[in-house]
Design a protein around this ligand. Structure first.
Ligand code: ZN
Length: 144
């Protein structure tokens, strides 16, 4: 953030223009502008960095929500990216061809005739293993 200075400019709400506009700083309290004037209509008023009805707390909360929002896991996307994450750094050429007779363990790369290449993620029980393929997780019979 650029430090504010008197005669510098800052975005503030202008009650006359009813817009967030560039204002010139007239007085500072510490590092915060207190009085400003609107560069558009020249009206002098207190520095209002928020829209009317928005408290600083609301703005902060919204900024936080926006920061976290796009990164929040989305069910569909999470699966695909999880698959890519799991496949990253794994050598597809070492994939074990899937047959119900072969026993797989978590972390094994599995080559399935229908689903393609996947990564074993969890043992369900001694005869079932969950494998994450690009289209999603599948439970396969193994070790029979
Ligand atoms: Zn104005």
């Amino acid at each position: 953030m650029t430090p504010f200075k008197i005669a510098g400019t800052v975005d503030s709400w202008c009650g006359r223009c009813k817009l967030m506009l560039t204002h010139t700083i007239e007085t500072l309290e510490g590092t915060q502008p207190t009085r400003v004037h609107c560069n558009t209509c020249s009206s002098q008023h207190a520095y209002k960095p928020y829209l009317p009805g928005e408290s600083p707390r609301l703005v902060k909360a919204r900024e936080r929500a926006e920061e976290n929002g796009p990164r929040a896991p989305q069910p569909g996307k999470a699966k695909a990216s999880h698959y890519e994450e799991l496949m990253k750094g794994r050598d597809r050429t070492t994939a074990k061809s899937y047959t119900p007779k072969v026993k797989f363990g978590p972390g094994d790369v599995v080559s399935h005739p229908t689903f393609g290449v996947g990564v074993a993620t969890a043992l369900k029980d001694s005869t079932k293993i969950e494998v994450l393929f690009s289209e999603g997780p599948k439970v396969l019979i193994h070790g029979r």
